[in-house]
Design a protein around this ligand. Structure first.
Ligand code: DHB
Ligand code: MG
Length: 225
């Protein structure tokens, strides 16, 4: 049912441009052919994120975890003025993503930096402090889940006022609240970011549960003060 509902709503609400959908479909196919894991955002979530950038009139966005570039393409296509800085630890994923964003015609606005988030994000922070980069109005954290809080913590310091930070995959079919799972890295990372964000006076945050073609999961949305 969840997938059927996504299929129905997307058939009506997905961007009407065929060219746009072709690039997204190509990115999915190329990523699969290159052996990347099939864990990119669903079209519904990617479009939701892209629309968040639109309503925030975001000019600079940060993504942690490029994978094959699917979410970046979605955001960049829907927001013609946006520049996305996307961090990817895996050089193969980054290479596939570069090809995908270039093919989609957004290669000039999606900057893919290869390296571990824990090294790259502090460099980006220095760039902002020293005036080489602008703060981010939107951040999407979708990488190694055990470092969710570390990424979030530094993302807050790189955000504009009212900048939004999203953290993917925090519900995990409800395992979020299953005591047996509390030691599992992704659940631990999800609980940590929720509990720390709740105590953090720099942000106001909420967690949203989602269903759809990627089953039952959810995201944290935080707005920086
Ligand atoms: C996984 C990671 C993701 O970012 C996602 O959206 C879904 C699944 C995973 O590692 O299993
Ligand atoms: Mg994810």
């Amino acid at each position: 049912r969840w997938t059927a509902v996504d299929d129905y709503t997307l058939a009506h609400l997905q961007p009407s441009s065929r060219e746009y959908n072709q690039h997204l479909d190509y990115a999915i196919k190329a990523s699969r052919d290159e052996g990347l894991p099939p864990i990119s955002s669903s079209p519904v979530i990617a479009k939701f994120l892209a629309l968040q950038c639109s309503i925030g009139n975001v000019k600079n966005a940060l993504e942690v975890g490029t994978l094959g570039g699917y979410t970046s393409i979605f955001i960049a296509k829907l927001n013609p003025d946006i520049h996305i800085t996307s961090v990817e630890i895996n050089p193969k994923h980054a290479e596939v993503a570069r090809q995908n964003v270039t093919r989609a015609g957004v290669g000039d606005r999606v900057e893919i930096i290869v390296g571990p988030g824990l090294e790259v994000l502090p460099q980006l922070k220095r760039d902002i402090e020293e005036g080489r980069r602008q703060p981010f109005g939107f951040t999407f954290i979708d990488a190694d889940k055990e470092n969710n809080w570390a990424y979030f913590d530094i993302a807050v310091t790189m955000s504009t006022s009212k900048g939004c930070i999203f953290v993917d995959n925090i519900v995990r079919s409800g395992r979020l609240v299953d005591e047996k799972e509390f030691g599992e890295v992704s659940i631990k990372g999800a609980r940590e970011v929720i509990e720390m964000a709740g105590k953090d006076n720099r942000v106001e945050a909420v967690a949203v549960q989602t269903v759809g073609e990627k089953t039952y999961d959810g995201f944290v949305m935080a707005v920086c003060k």
